[in-house]
Structures are given as C-alpha cells and as structure tokens.
Ligand binder design. Structure first.
Ligand code: BTN
Length: 327
C-alpha cells in the first residue's frame, strides 16, 4: 500500500458511516497499523485533511485545489485521456524537464512552481507557487503521433485554442489570442496576459525528421494581483482576478489536455477556423523584421497560421515568426 492507494480508498467513501478503522485498512491492504498511520501522515503533509476519531477510524474531509499526480491522473482517467503524468511541487522549468525525459508515451510534466520558468525569446516566465499552473506536454514522434515538420507550427495554435476553450467551458471567461499564442483578457480598455505558451521541437539533423515536440503552458489561475512582481503587475492577470472565483488547478489542467487531444486530431482547416475566432485582429501593431520596425494592422492569418499584416502604406506582409506589439 502507498499513500495513493489509501487516498483512493478514503475518496471512495464506500465504507460505513464515512469512517474506516485503521484495522480495516491494514487488513484490506495486508499491512501493519503503523504503515497505515505513516500513509495518513504523508497525505496530511501534502495538504489532505484526514480526521481520525477514536472507535470510528479515519475519514477524508473536503479540501480545495490540491495539485499532485493522483489528482491529475484520476481526472485524466475519467476523461479517457492517455498521458503519463509527472508532478513536481517545484522544478526549474518543466520544458527543461521534458527535454531530458525519455519515456515513450505522451507525457505531461506539471509543476506548481518553476524557479527558472522560460518564456519566448529567452525571457523568464513568472512561475511562483501562487496559484498558477505550469506544465509541458512532450509528444514523441511515434507512428501513432506521426509529426511532420509542417505540423510543428500548428502545436502553439492548438495549445492556445485548447486553453481558451477550457477556460471558457470551466470558468465562463472569454480569452482572446494575441498572435501567435499569448492569451489575454480585456478589461475596460486594456488587455492583460494570463497565459503564455512556449513550443520547442527536436529535429533529427540527418533525416530532418522531428524527434519530439514539447509544448509548455503557463496559466495564472488563483493568483492575486499582489502576487505579481513589479515588472509585470500592470500587464498580468489571473482567472481569480477576473472572476473573483478560485478554481481547482487540476480541473483546468485536465480540461486543457482533453481539448488539446481533440484539436490535435482535428483537420487543420477547422482548427484554423477556431483559432481565427479567438485571434485579436484589426488592431494596430508594431513588429520588427530584418532589424526594421514596421507599423500596421493585424489583418488575418494564412493557411499556415502566419499573421497577415497590413502596413500603413497599404502593403500586405506576412509575419512567419517573432512577435507583435499592440500600439
Ligand atoms: C511566453 O509567454 O513567453 C511563454 C511562456 C511559457 C511558460 C511555460 S510555463 C511551463 C513551461 N515551462 C517553461 O519553462 N516555460 C513554459
């Protein structure tokens, strides 16, 4: 018996009067009472509330928003989603972990906190343990996944649509996409960011085939405004700041994974249609190409998910990579 076996038993509440005695547990798993007691303490240590009453035994009390591999796995199982799960309360970066990870199956590595969260273009991504969720999907290029080089550009779009759909369905909050994949929420006049996505891929040099893709997602869920450091406090927000409501991080993570799986298997044209509905267009932007600054409007996307911009001169240009700023 380990702590998760005991948790599963206590969560089941199939025993009489809601309490189960230490003796019954020890018999059920064929372990000593001391081993039961040890597991009870381990569960308490990671945040579960277990009440023990003389002559009755143990019962699990409700607790909100505990994040660990059990909470993630049980939700994925309910939704029939096949990912191996690794959970760390703290790590440097789940993207770095995912690169080193050698498992064969599709895997999600999640952390409550990252000490060196990576953003796009070498920036750092704020990842303290204040209610956000930081996780990376590692999708290996197997016969089943069959990832081409062209597919790689779609993963960030899939992730952005998957997050925004999960947030809409679970929290009733409509997020919009700033190309290519920042997720923003519109307050009275300005947009604030609550999710960033960093996609990386490994390419076999000789065959020019993809070995794996990793998609890192950081989403601010239960953070308070005071949690954000000065550098980002005016531009960052969280689901809790928007709605005043706290959410279970495991629910949101698993809904994202569920959507991700759906959108990954969707024809590209349909995916792009979904993405377009969420994309912020007709907005004044500036961007840099070949060292030169351009000003124009975000006008649309092409069939590869590249941004089409209309410059002040009326000229149309396509932005394949990089980022844009709203002005
Ligand atoms: C950005 O907005 O610049 C992208 C941020 C991506 C952050 C996520 S959090 C999980 C994963 N691990 C990292 O180190 N980065 C990504």
């Amino acid at each position: 018996m380990n702590k998760w076996d005991l948790l599963s038993l206590l969560k089941g509440k199939t025993y009489v009067n809601g309490y189960i005695s230490g003796e019954e547990i020890s018999k059920k798993f064929n372990v000593t009472r001391a081993a039961v007691w040890k597991c009870v303490n381990e569960l308490k240590k990671i945040g579960y509330k277990i009440e023990s009453k003389t002559n009755r035994g143990y019962t699990l009390l409700p607790v909100f928003d505990i994040l660990n591999e059990y909470e993630i796995n049980s939700r994925l199982k309910n939704k029939n989603i096949n990912y191996d799960v690794i959970y760390k309360s703290s790590t440097d970066s789940t993207n770095s972990d995912a690169k080193k990870f050698l498992g064969k199956n599709n895997t999600v590595i999640a952390a409550a906190e990252q000490t060196a969260g990576k953003g796009r273009y070498g920036r750092t991504f704020y990842s303290q343990n204040n209610g956000g969720i930081h996780f990376t999907l590692r999708i290996n290029n197997t016969v089943q996944n069959s990832i081409s080089i062209e597919d790689v550009t779609f993963f960030p779009l899939i992730a952005a649509v998957a997050v925004s759909r999960a947030v809409r369905d679970l929290c009733g909050i409509e997020l919009r996409i700033k190309w290519p994949n920042d997720l923003l929420y519109k307050f009275d006049s300005d947009y604030k960011k609550l999710c960033g996505i960093l996609t990386e891929a490994s390419i076999e040099a000789e065959t020019r085939s993809i070995s794996y893709v990793i998609i890192g997602i950081g989403l601010n869920i239960n953070n308070d405004a005071a949690d954000f450091p000065d550098e980002i406090k005016d531009i960052a927000t969280s689901l809790k700041i928007i709605s005043g409501i706290k959410n279970e991080r495991a629910d949101i993570l698993c809904e994202i994974l569920y959507n991700f799986t759906q959108f990954m298997n969707m024809p590209r044209k349909e995916l792009l249609d979904e993405y377009k509905k969420l994309l912020l267009l007709d907005i004044d932007i500036s961007f840099v190409q070949n060292g030169k600054i351009f000003i124009g409007k975000a006008a649309g996307i092409n069939e590869n998910g590249n941004l089409i911009a209309e410059l002040q001169s009326g000229e149309i240009t396509v932005i394949q990579s990089g980022e844009i700023n709203f002005i």
